[in-house]
Ligand binder design. Sequence first.
Ligand SMILES: *Cc1c(COP(=O)(O)O)cnc(C)c1O
Length: 368
Amino acid sequence: MSNDFLSLANKGVQKLHPYQAGKPTDELERELGLTDIVKLASNENPLGLSESVKAALQKELTELTRYPDANGYYLKQALADKYSVALNQITLGNGSNDLLELIARAFVDNSHEVMFAEHAFVVYPLVTQAIGATAVVVKAKDYGHDLEAMAAAITDNTKLIFIANPNNPTGTFLEQDEIKGFLNKVPSDVLVVLDEAYFEYASAERRGNAIAWIAEFPNLIVSRTFSKAYGLAGLRVGYCISHPDVADILNRVRQPFNCNALALKAAETILQDEQYLVDSVRLNDAGMKDLSAFFDANKLQYIPSMGNFITVNVGQSGDEVYQKLLLEGVIVRPITGYGLPQHLRISIGTEAENQRFKQALTRVLNLQ
Ligand SMILES: *Cc1c(COP(=O)(O)O)cnc(C)c1O
């Protein structure tokens, strides 16, 4: 007896494909019998978990029979202090992906349009399709957002616009005046999510403080994460800051315990660990310089990046080069699914990891 469960799923879900994550290191170990694998595929922090977080988590273990604080009071308090916002403007998520989905689910239905750019983060089309809403994908300009074209594409049905800054997987960056100019053109009943997952890596002079704009643009939601520069990807914790009324609505849709106790404690702890952030950014800057110089020397074109990754044109099938790099024990990210079939996205690693990548790519592409 066979049931056609696919036809039972709602129409948006029928067309979904599962998210393709970066290949886990132990999977490649199992497949190829390799050890000493370097993974530069998921924009994770190569520094490793901060010692301050390790100590805090150890202490928290004895509390794990209890439910976590459903409101994440202490973490919200720390974020409110850091960003000079009220507690009721903050929504916590099981990673910021959780929040992107929550925002779409709370505000969008299948009669609406959701807008984002070509080569933008894959979670935007995923959440749009799951709801059965219409995705409006606006052609990229120089691999990044074309905000003029996006403003022109707004219709009466537009409900939500996602902008990643810096963008993943291209690393492109929008200046503050460009974003403000765009917000001025967006009707006040259209929500704009500014996804700043890589905020901490972007130039401190140029990244500004979009959170402060929420007073002027109450339809703006700024989302950030502890997964990247704070090194907590495995714990799943992110946050968004919005008008309190928006946060109130998100809070109604949110699962009551969407952030677990260890994640809350770790995030609270790492916010106080300023040295970790300084070290993360410094390591990233050095690795970015190193890989850029390597690509320059080998005449490989790359997209200048403000994130913790760099996207390079390998001049041939990215999928094939990816497979060959796997045989060398180096996992990177092919991005054919993002409309960039000849590019690979390389997360910046430690000096030794970057070195392994450079050696592997040199062999695979027969560079000098
Ligand atoms: C990594 C990333 C996120 C954050 O993911 P988490 O769910 O917080 O781990 C969000 N947006 C973009 C563009 C990203 O690259």
